[in-house]
Design a protein around this ligand. Sequence first.
Ligand SMILES: Cc1cc2nc3c(=O)[nH]c(=O)nc-3n(C[C@H](O)[C@H](O)[C@H](O)COP(=O)(O)OP(=O)(O)OC[C@H]3O[C@@H](n4cnc5c(N)ncnc54)[C@H](O)[C@@H]3O)c2cc1C
Length: 546
Amino acid sequence: MENFDYVIVGAGSAGSVLANRLSEDEKTTVCVLEAGPSDWHPFIHIPAGFMYTLVNPRVNWLYASEPSEWTGGRRIAAPRGKTLGGSSSINGHIYNRGQRLDFDGWAQRGNRGWGYADVLPYFRRTERRLVAEADPTFRGSDGNLPITDLEWRDPLCEAFIEGAVQMGIPRNRDYNGAQQAGVSYVQRIIKSGRRVSAARGYLHPAMGRRNLTVRTHAHATNLIFDGKRAIGVRYLKGGRNGTPVEVRATREVILAGGAVNTPQLLQVSGIGPAPLLQSLGIAVKHALAGVGENLRDHYAPRFVARVKGAGTINEKSKGLRLVGEVLKYAVARKGILALNPTLIYVFWKSDPNVDNYDLQFTFTPASYKEGVQSTLDDFPGMTIASWQQRPDSIGYVRARSSDPFAAPIIQPNYLTAESDRHVLLAGMKIARKLISSPPLQKYYEREEFPGVQAQSDEDLMAAAKQRGTTTFHLMGTCRMAPDNDPTAVVDDQLRVRGLESLRVVDASIMPTMPSANLNASVLMLAEKAADMIRGKPALESATLRD
Ligand SMILES: Cc1cc2nc3c(=O)[nH]c(=O)nc-3n(C[C@H](O)[C@H](O)[C@H](O)COP(=O)(O)OP(=O)(O)OC[C@H]3O[C@@H](n4cnc5c(N)ncnc54)[C@H](O)[C@@H]3O)c2cc1C
């Protein structure tokens, strides 16, 4: 039996930040358990390797969501990173924080210290923004993760932006600054043509510390309790048939397994909705109705158009041109291998009369088979995705059995809320205009999906059913909320309610969906949690103009 001050389950985005920050104090011992392997694989680090890691079981849990009405009865792949860096080692590299109202909304719900002014200093602490004109009110300059602008320019992307501008959508120099709205090339966590995952930015620089122990191939199977106090973690070294090991935490156990695995680990350890646990034959250690509930995700249909007269990624990734691209990457770390899956962002409103920007669009000069980003299609194309930024549809994650290795049930209930369908429909109509705007006309041959015959609202929603997919932003399954909220799992210090020495620090604590991809917010919340756990005062709140 080994003892550490802290045992962290999961070396993903949040776990990597925590491992670094908690082990800064050399008198504190920290153990991190990671179910996956080390992050040595080259395709993790080459940005375009995204297409490979998206479907690779070595570094990906390869979950799938349950069928539902608005996915047309389809199961949708739900990849999750399973290696050092977790999902930040397989994600799309985008850096996107969301809007001020997202975090003010968290505070409004009774979560003290989580308003935008409170979290902004932690966003700044995570990043090293590598552009001269960055506004220091919003952007950090000496954090662990370099945030760069996409340098790629091509005629299709330029025409797409010009088309958006002609539709009245302004260019935005920094969607992570004062205003999110507008059109721009994406900001990425990529430096010198290589991914900078949370592991590369936070974990690896700390791994030389004698007080930090990182165990890979260590799948946590149960939490160990003394009464209501979490005192350790049981794991299998080497996977399902591996050796059972126990590690003890003299101060705290911290769960950072992500929005799918953290609620599952709690449930198989006897913490969760009592009826669910009883139905699975799991002894109820502590009934907590919200564990696994409040799951949300972004659901995105994609329009695809066939392109003429401009080189797309489809042609560049074939034959001799691909050889050239490989050489370009090998020599200069440039070209299509240095690209992340999405190149341009648009943030806009579903209706001029709504108060807040509720739509996000992504544009890529490429077409993918069935719209899924792991396989390029055979024809030159361009793709635009659209989604409702703050979905109201709510689902759940539930253990399928008491077996910690059985993939849990993931039911996001995409588009069950009428409000989500309403906003999405408006978004699809704007998306179609954006991808066929006058500046793009010289490259636009025809719409391949859903096709011009799809005109009515019913046709468009049928297309959303047929091909909509996750944008990989599962969150909310161990919700931070005040005690009087029946879905509350953790308090605003991220302590699990009713238990001692147990926290959750990952995407599952988010009360509602930020208007963004999630990685930036997870890094922020892990930085903030590290100060809480260390008993340090929170960073001073930012002073912001209204
Ligand atoms: C394919 C994909 C693309 C994405 N693209 C973007 C993007 O471009 N931009 C963006 O901002 N966000 C993106 N996201 C979302 C973002 O990366 C995640 O929301 C974020 O990384 C989640 O961080 P986390 O710490 O909650 O969990 P994770 O980073 O998933 O970490 C959880 C870790 O815990 C480990 N673990 C789980 N269970 C156990 C166990 N029982 N025992 C031991 N270890 C365990 C896992 O293996 C994993 O390493 C993407 C996500 C995916 C999957």
